[in-house]
Design a protein around this ligand. Structure first.
Ligand code: C5P
Length: 246
């Protein structure tokens, strides 16, 4: 399917395929339009179905954010990143920033040196499930937001293209990081929707206005009676946002 550059630019929503079977994933895809969104395959679906499903999803025209959050020694992560790029053709992949500068540099170098498609490589800063108390318990002496900024700067210096962050951190990161540094945010909800286990949420238009580039949306779309209609509502909510015409 041919998707022009403007459409690509407007595809801000990444639907999280948080299911554990191929049937469920393909049923969901049947409800979505690859010209309007991208999809995220995380540890649950990847562990259940493996790379074959990534290929099937791509064959249906969807670009894939492979959310496997690699975290290991530099050589191991660099090789995994290369395979995700060259053999799986992922559109976006991520690694844990807390794996350290050498691991981040090895990852971005592996991509630069690879002949395959260059996915967006983004870092996971501080998991939103960790608060200041949990970080102290882990031995960190900074608050969560200080740690997020520190790790985001490290990602940028190591050549990563952006980070995954909570909507609450978007404004600070947009101010502190260079223009073009990609911010990907989960925790997106419209006012009428259940927050579920998300603690700090933001509406789609607000998150984009604050400076997010991509919004990861799971249950509000995947568990709607009509996922396609729910996606349309999200697109209507962000329609007209100035960043859409970048
Ligand atoms: O269903 P919901 O919209 O809450 O899904 C959000 C998606 O984003 C899930 O796949 C979740 O694992 C992911 N995510 C998150 N918070 C992070 C990182 C990823 O919610 N900090």
């Amino acid at each position: 399917m041919e998707i022009d550059a403007q459409q690509q630019q407007r595809k801000r929503i990444i639907v999280a395929l948080d299911v554990s079977s191929e049937n469920d994933a393909l049923r969901l895809l049947g409800e979505l339009d690859p010209r309007l969104c991208r999809v995220k395959i995380g540890k649950e679906l990847f562990t259940a179905c493996g790379p074959r499903l990534v290929t099937k999803v791509q064959q249906r025209g969807f670009e894939v954010f492979l959310d496997l959050k690699f975290h290991d020694i530099p050589n191991t992560v660099a090789r995994a990143v290369e395979v995700a790029a060259c053999e799986l053709g992922a559109w976006m992949i991520n690694v844990h920033a807390s794996g350290g500068r050498a691991m981040l540099e090895a990852s971005s170098r592996a991509l630069r040196d690879s002949a395959g498609r260059q996915p967006l490589l983004v870092g996971v800063t501080v998991l939103t499930s960790l608060d200041d108390a949990a970080l102290r318990e882990l031995g960190h002496c900074h608050s969560a937001s200080e740690q997020v900024l520190r790790l985001a700067r490290m990602c940028e210096a190591a050549g990563l293209r952006g980070v995954v962050c909570s909507p609450a951190e978007v404004t600070m990161l947009r101010r502190e990081l260079p223009r073009g540094f990609v911010l990907v945010t989960p925790g997106i909800r419209r006012p009428s929707e259940a927050q579920g286990d998300q603690k700090r949420v933001m509406g789609p238009a607000e998150a984009l206005a604050a400076g997010a580039d991509y919004l990861v949306v799971g249950r509000p779309i995947t568990q709607a009676s009509s996922p396609g209609a729910a996606l349309d509502e999200y697109l209507a909510a962000i329609h007209g946002n100035s960043r859409d015409s970048d």
